[in-house]
Design a protein around this ligand. Structure first.
Ligand code: PLP
Length: 394
């Protein structure tokens, strides 16, 4: 299997739906990426930063009490233990190094809740690069701490006042800025979304999750797992875990989307793969949340990192060929997952990851899943979400 193809398609999904000027930037980017991805010097340098700065490899922890309670053998891939507390840093370190190789002096990024913005500001400081982060005014208001965190790291946060003043508008604005300053600017995209080559590049940088997990699981269990489970926003932590196991056909992949509050019925509030329709957003063809007129709907979730109205094209493809199964978990259930892991294992999970944790409950109800071996991607730590959960419980 070889996806994407040379035009950036994963089956019928993906591609490069962009104005001429950007198609040129993207082609340049792809050319450089293809050159460095196999270069020994680049791989060594990336390996160095992943180990010495990010803190890889992350452990694969056997969750003993949770396993006992659910009747399955559950391992947690501990992305929560990385520098900055989530998997996003794997991608930002990789792309920032690429930017440096390309001779760029300035990095721009979009951010919703601010987590990708923080991960980008972090590596920009590390490599001494100028950094501008586009963020919707509505998100700036909701996430003041992350705005200050980015500023502390030396980044400029640029408010976006168009549209719904949230992530999708920040993404559009970043693309617009990139066209106008492509000479010195690198656009560091935060998930497996956007035009080709981003979904491929971000997947490659996040695949370190699955590569390590495979090696670690084999060492502990002398075999491969039955299930891989991960939450899906844009889909980068999930694809990072799944991709290295793609050809191990017996292993089932489960992607857990956020259903938000209006759980099913007629609401299109979240869960692009479970509830969305095919469309084009930010240069890629995939499943999107849309209203009856094809307008992009806003996504809503308690988990700040899960409210992008689209999903990566590779996930759309995996769903189409039935390589992965996608399900949705709502806000209240995610909060239960949050409490479950905190109490059972002494690990406070990010609300995004808590969606995946909750789904283990549902799997455990099936008799056929008794004693099955599962790797769950714990994409981040939950310290950032304590206030949200406190509000919720109150
Ligand atoms: C951003 C984020 C996500 C969602 O992004 P993906 O690209 O789907 O991985 C999930 N978990 C955490 C902790 C995040 O910060």
């Amino acid at each position: 299997m070889k996806v994407p193809d040379s035009k950036g398609y994963f089956g019928r999904f993906g591609g490069k739906f962009m104005p001429e000027t950007l198609v040129f930037c993207l082609a340049q980017l792809e050319k450089h990426y293809r050159k460095i991805r196999t270069s020994r010097k680049f791989r060594q340098e990336l390996g160095y930063y992943l180990k010495e700065y990010v803190g890889r490899p992350s452990p694969l922890t056997h969750a003993v009490r949770l396993s006992g309670q659910l009747g399955m053998k559950i391992y947690l891939k501990r992305e929560d233990l990385l520098h900055t507390g989530a998997h996003k840093i794997n991608n930002t370190v990789g792309q920032a190094l690429l930017a440096r190789y390309m001779g760029k002096k300035r990095i721009i990024a979009e951010t919703g809740a601010g987590q990708h913005g923080v991960a980008t500001a972090t590596v920009a400081a590390l490599f001494g690069m100028e950094c501008d982060v586009f963020m919707g005014e509505e998100d700036i208001r909701r996430q003041r701490m992350n705005v200050f965190r980015m500023q502390t790291l030396g980044a400029r946060v640029i408010p976006v006042s168009s549209g719904t003043r949230t992530l999708k508008d920040a993404c559009s604005e970043a693309l617009r800025d990139w066209v106008s300053r492509v000479k010195d600017t690198y656009y560091l995209l935060g998930s497996v979304i956007g035009p080709h080559p981003y979904p491929m590049m971000v997947r490659d940088f996040q695949s370190v999750i699955g590569q390590e997990a495979k090696r670690q699981f084999r060492q502990k269990e002398k075999r491969l797992p039955d299930y891989l489970v991960a939450c899906v926003g844009g889909g980068s932590n999930a694809i990072g875990l799944f991709y290295p196991f793609f050809n191990d056909k017996k292993i089932k992949f489960i992607g857990v989307e956020a259903a938000g509050e209006g759980f099913f019925k007629n609401s299109h509030h979240s869960a692009s793969l479970v509830r969305g329709r095919i469309g084009i957003l930010h240069g890629t063809k995939s499943f999107l949340l849309q209203d009856a007129y094809g307008q992009i709907s806003e996504a809503h979730s308690v988990a700040p990192g899960l409210d992008y109205p689209g999903v990566g094209p590779e996930h759309a493809y995996y769903q189409q060929i039935k390589r992965a199964h996608y399900v949705a978990v709502n806000d209240a259930q995610a909060i239960e997952g949050f409490k479950l892991l905190s109490l059972c294992e002494g690990i406070i999970p990010a609300l995004e990851s808590s969606h995946a944790v909750y789904y283990l409950n549902i799997m455990a109800k099936k008799k056929a899943n008794r004693n099955k071996k599962v790797i769950l991607c714990l994409s981040g730590r939950g310290d950032k979400d304590l206030e949200i959960v406190q509000e919720w419980i109150r």
